[in-house]
Design a protein around this ligand. Structure first.
Ligand SMILES: [Zn+2]
Length: 325
């Protein structure tokens, strides 16, 4: 009897161990499986819309992204509002262009954040030898790197690597998205080269308001002349207008382009000065310089904006050059 009781107790004990052990194991697996859904999405803030677009393409639905410098806002002059400052301080990662573009954010808000938030300049991954030196920044670099698609591909890789490193659970997802997006950018780059090549090399001159298109010129073979400097803060003086007008007449430039980030009046003074000297120059379409178009329209994406710019330049120059001959 005693022996039977002992056997029974042993059986019960073994059963108890199996049940509790099993339960315990199941619970750990539950937690492990549930982790990605429990995990909070990364809260990302981007400055200019061209960067917000990269983050959206690479981060997809695994992140929340807010772009703070939207359509028609000049990043050179942009000062964060109280709401934007709050967004910046609450972010897990801030992606910005760097190269002194967003000076009023990097110089003020970033200082206060110290090491609390990860701030990443997307242009950091670009080989310095591929950047343009800008005299306005006392030997610093021209910040408008997005106008060369091959440089913006480097910016995309920077975003990809930062997201994958910060959120390793979704690393594979970010890598797959980036691969697709980079392939689209490569096609865009090649298409832009082909379109630019339709204009004879010596007629590939791009006269614009502020000098935002130096990288476009370098990558796609245009000589670029801007009325204003690289920074939109400068005002065009009488001498700038006179010099540009003389250049246009000398090289028989048929069309000038206005950009979405600078006032039109400067370029109109140039047109008047040219006309006063008996030559006529047209004002072609508007180019997107430092911000993309309206969200939801083709120009509201980086790829759409770049296609719009190259189409506008090539079509205007082709039409006017044909008229000149
Ligand atoms: Zn600019």
């Amino acid at each position: 009897m005693d022996r039977q009781f002992f056997k029974l107790s042993l059986c019960f004990l073994v059963l108890l161990l199996i049940v509790t052990g099993g339960c315990k194991k199941e619970r750990t697996e539950d937690v492990a499986n549930a982790k990605p859904t429990i995990e909070k999405k990364l809260n990302v803030v981007a400055t200019i819309s061209m960067i917000t677009d990269i983050v959206n393409n690479v981060g997809g639905d695994r992140i929340d992204v807010t772009g703070i410098i939207g359509e028609g806002i000049d990043p050179h002059l942009y000062k964060p509002t109280a709401r934007d400052t709050k967004r910046l301080t609450e972010a897990d990662i801030i992606f910005y262009n760097g190269l002194h573009l967003e000076v009023r954010i990097t110089g003020t808000v970033f200082d206060k954040m110290k090491d609390k938030t990860k701030t990443v300049a997307v242009t950091d991954g670009i080989d310095r030898s591929r950047l343009r030196i800008a005299s306005e920044f006392m030997g610093g670099y021209d910040p408008h790197a997005w106008h060369d698609v091959s440089l913006w591909m480097k910016a995309t890789e920077r975003v990809r690597d930062t997201l994958a490193h910060t959120d390793p659970i979704n690393a594979e997802y970010y890598h797959a998205n980036a691969k697709n997006y980079l392939a689209m950018l490569q096609t865009l780059h090649e298409d832009m080269q082909k379109l630019a090549a339709q204009i004879p090399a010596k007629r590939r001159v791009l006269v614009t308001t502020h000098d935002a298109f130096g990288y476009l010129g370098k990558a796609y073979g245009f000589e670029v002349r801007g009325l204003l400097g690289i920074n939109t803060e400068d005002e065009a003086g009488i001498a700038d207008v006179r010099d540009l007008a003389a250049f246009i007449i000398e090289y028989r430039i048929p069309t000038m382009f206005v950009d979405t980030s600078s006032p039109r009046r400067g370029i109109m003074s140039v047109q008047a000065a040219v006309r006063a000297n008996g030559y006529n120059v047209k004002i072609g379409g508007g180019l997107f310089a430092d911000a993309m178009g309206t969200p939801g329209t083709p120009e509201g994406t980086y790829i759409g904006m770049m296609r719009y710019n190259i189409d506008t330049i090539v079509n205007s120059l082709q039409t006017e050059l044909a008229y000149q001959e």
